[in-house]
Design a binder for this molecule. Sequence first.
Ligand code: PEP
Ligand code: MN
Length: 366
Amino acid sequence: MSDKKPILNLVSNGDWLGGGEGPFVIAGPCSAETEEQIMKTGLALRKIPQVRVFRAGIWKPRTRPNSFEGVGVEGLKWLKSLKEETGLATAVEVANEGHVYEALKFGIDVLWIGARTTANPFSVQEIADTLRGVDVPVWVKNPVNPDLQLWVGALERLNNVGIRRLGAIHRGFTTHEKTHYRNSPKWQIPIELKRLIPEIPLICDPSHIAGESQYLREISQTALDLTMNGLMIETHPDPASALSDAQQQIEPAALGDLLNSLEIRVNLGKFSDETLDSLRRESNAVDYELLEALARRINVVKRIGQHKKRHGMAVLQPERWNEVIEDRLKLGSELGLEKKFVKEIYDILHSYAIKVQSDVMNEREK
Ligand code: PEP
Ligand code: MN
């Protein structure tokens, strides 16, 4: 696999998102359930200026069978009337050739690829092949697993068949560590995507990160603070009765309040002043000290490895590691550092130290 910088031929940001007020928002229910439910939602969403696109899942990828798997093609007819009635552009999730074909037949304006589909290059390629020569905007959610290259690969597959109105949706990742969110945001991954492909519009789906509506605001604010272009938020007229993702959906009125409560901070790009410049110099200097300290630390690790080798000791000494981590967590917290942060750094340091010492053990005597 190649990690080289992707080169995409895109319609640049603003041009296809269309100017407008505030962040670009895609809203609507997790799933279309009845025509009345989507119409009620759409009529309310139409009054929120930030909402540019109406979303609804028609085919639902569910973790276990025998859950509600979407209303299928019937829902596309409802979306057609919703568009006529409200003037809102419509979006659905597509996961295979048949979905793309049906969605386009019913005049759906925007397609998105779900997280489970992005994780499968065969499915993404099938969708891309079906879209060759079709000029429709496509949003690609990150894959469920925290693999940036898989996300980039899906965008490349679509761009290769000529999709130039292409965007990315950050919806969080499945990870083994449990957090209070349904999916871990791992913000560094969308930030890295934007570094690799600066011209790609990137929006955040706080609904699938949060899993519960109480966290939507904080996640949305962080996304905007990281200069994301917009949000995809699940909206339902009666969230408690929703047939999928009930806990994370909010009523249209609550969405309006949430959007109005967000602070839009200006991104002045290359802005700098005396204070910022001097703080950045200070931060650079600390980084250099940090790197030098790390190099010294790894050098000691290596010498310890050589000593262990001479004495036939195993690389991993669990009691010693326990003592180290307890002591460093204590010191870290005395220094005002968050425990989770210190623990993560030491986990990385420890696994690298094990690798370095294993390499020492495997070195042949000269
Ligand atoms: C959805 O948007 O309803 C959905 C299924 O999302 P994801 O692909 O992010 O799980
Ligand atoms: Mn959902």
